[in-house]
Design a protein around this ligand. Structure first.
Ligand SMILES: Nc1ncnc2c1ncn2[C@@H]1O[C@H](COP(=O)(O)OP(=O)(O)OP(=O)(O)O)[C@@H](O)[C@H]1O
Ligand SMILES: [Mg+2]
Length: 262
């Protein structure tokens, strides 16, 4: 397939994980994972600490090769092809402290070969939509936790990759900022749907933001339950999370999490 056409066709690339296992030496981290993420849908991953969620995202994004099994992104299995298709937002925001918010956000575009001025212009256009207009020149230590997450997320989105891998994007935030950021991300994904895999410690967050949620067991992580989210990314978060169907799904996920942690 011709490269330009391929890039367009992959706008909603699917992810297919089959029989995937990974070990670091003797330490078996994930075992026999089968997960499918259809184009433009969001899969949530919840599971106890150390069950291999971050490792799985690193494998997905082509930063690691699994010990066994396969991962395909947009039908491509090679690590370099996965890397080209996935934007990874790591567990810590990893903004460069000596760069302004704008230069941090523009980094992904500069990595794609754009000049500094053009990269800054394109990233800068998005600051308003991300609720951080006016903070372009601020260094990360002058930004609140929520703002830093928005800059990191903006940087992840402007990478222009069809698949997002988000590792606990809101874990560091207080409850109120976290709820605001969840609503904001839900809106951003409604406006600009992407295929995404989102890791969260928070079952409620995962069920609100994702179409499906896979519950992993304690290490080695295996899928112990897969739940359909009742109202993914609904505009009214509070109404969505207090709906009886949502509450039932949350209870089912928590039960699976408890049983899988034993
Ligand atoms: N590079 C590495 N070398 C050796 N062991 C590793 C490496 N990276 C992770 N591990 C181990 O693999 C296991 C899974 O780690 P991972 O970070 O994937 O878990 P996690 O589910 O993301 O945990 P958390 O919820 O705390 O973020 C842990 O026991 C960890 O210590
Ligand atoms: Mg992790």
């Amino acid at each position: 397939m011709e490269a330009g056409a391929g890039a367009r066709d992959e706008a909603g690339a699917a992810v297919a994980i089959e029989g995937l296992s990974h070990a670091f030496g003797e330490l078996e981290v994930v075992a026999g994972l089968d997960l499918a993420v259809p184009p433009h849908s969001v899969l949530g991953l919840v599971g106890p600490s150390g069950c291999g969620k971050s490792t799985l995202l690193e494998i997905l994004c082509g930063l690691r090769e699994p010990s066994a099994g396969s991962v395909a992104v947009g039908g491509e299995r090679a690590a370099a092809a996965r890397l080209a298709r996935c934007a990874f937002m790591p567990q810590r925001d990893l903004l460069l402290p000596w760069y302004s918010a704008l230069d941090n956000a523009a980094l992904a575009l500069r990595n794609r070969g754009l000049g500094r001025a053009e990269a800054r212009r394109r990233a800068g256009e998005l600051f308003g939509r991300f609720g951080i207009a006016g903070f372009e020149g601020a260094r990360p230590d002058r930004l609140s936790g929520g703002m830093r997450q928005r800059v990191a997320f903006l940087r992840t989105l402007v990478a222009g990759k069809p698949v997002l891998a988000l590792d606990e994007p809101f874990a560091a935030l207080d409850a109120i900022t976290r709820a605001e950021m969840q609503e904001w991300l839900a809106g951003a994904l409604r406006e600009d749907p992407r295929t995404a895999v989102l890791v969260s410690h928070d079952v409620e967050e995962a069920l609100y933001l994702c179409d499906r949620v896979a519950v992993l067991s304690a290490r080695p992580g295996r899928v112990v339950a897969e739940l359909q989210a009742p109202a993914p990314r609904a505009a009214d978060r509070l109404a969505a999370i207090t709906d009886p169907a949502f509450v039932a799904a949350r209870e089912a996920a928590l039960r699976a999490l408890r049983e899988g942690s034993r």
